[in-house]
Design a protein around this ligand. Sequence first.
Ligand SMILES: C[S@@+](CC[C@H](N)C(=O)[O-])C[C@H]1O[C@@H](n2cnc3c(N)ncnc32)[C@H](O)[C@@H]1O
Length: 355
Amino acid sequence: MFELIITADKGYGLFATQDIKRGTRIIAEEPMLVLPSDVNTSSLYTYLDKLTPDQHAQLSDLASTKHVAPPTLKQSIRQRLQAKYSGAALDAAVEDSLKMHCTFLTNTVYMGPDVCFGMGIFLNYSHMNHSCRRNVHNSYNPTIGKETVHAIRDIKAGDELLTSYIHTGLLIKEDRQKMLAEHWGFDCRCEVCDGPDAAECEQRRERLQRIGEGLAVYERHDRILTNFAPHPVPKDDAQALAWLEESVGLLKEEGLAEHNLVHAYRQCSEYALKLGQAAKAMAYARKELEVERVCLGDETDHMEEGMEGAKFWIRHLEKMSEQEAVKDRMNQKREAKEQKKNDKKAAKKAAKGKK
Ligand SMILES: C[S@@+](CC[C@H](N)C(=O)[O-])C[C@H]1O[C@@H](n2cnc3c(N)ncnc32)[C@H](O)[C@@H]1O
């Protein structure tokens, strides 16, 4: 469905070779290399020294942005290699080790929530460039042991497949640019940052950020925090739900029909439930499931084990509505019994009166 093409200004990138429908699984690949989540620049060499020649060759094909390496790295690599090499061989070994370090820092993908499955490098996915309005969603799927990439909207043949390197919620341009420059060494010129609608995009993302901040304060249930919050906070559950419904609209306008939208639908569902609107809660849960399937596909057993994911939430709502139905039936029975008793009493009274 895609090919690797050299671009004018971003190095290599992946481009669609055919029209790709929303929800299509474009990539499912195992990592070529996995390192533990606690590896840092000083312990990384112990892993890089153990690379097989094949892995070394594969890593050499990936982008290596010098910018991402800490300034002291070259010096520490040289000190480490001095015991083994000297002269020109030392210079070459230092350059190679530095390149491998930078390749790793440029291309690692965090696998699983809190990087619980480690940091992986992938033959295909690692060639994908960034956009602040991505057209694919990537995630590591422990049920199948693969990194998957799905189209989150229809993609035309010839379009570049673009992911987002930033997973930390919705950020305004300044914060996004700072992160991208610091970690990946480039100035983002995507349509959201630099396109003709950039100003409107920024307004939407600012509003989304405000909503997120307001809700975070609201959910702490702390009067002092609420009173001193720098921005408005919803006054009750109904307003919280209204704000979340607004954020669903904004996310769709921004083309962010991915994990942010999944999360927003879940929050809508939870608030609707709190407000006693069971049908609305279920409708939002079903929307969550639809977007989750687009982003992840159907193999989401791992999420159900952790009592998360839309399928778990739907089952939970169904159980609750079953319990409510049982409660309703019991209440109806009790009320009918009481009614009968009262009718009997009234009839007796009426009979006495007649006598
Ligand atoms: C994971 S690699 C992506 C693939 C890379 N272009 C290649 O040649 O294999 C990340 C690097 O690609 C480049 N890159 C990714 N997205 C970019 C963008 N939107 N604009 C400019 N450069 C980008 C940056 O150099 C970044 O450090």
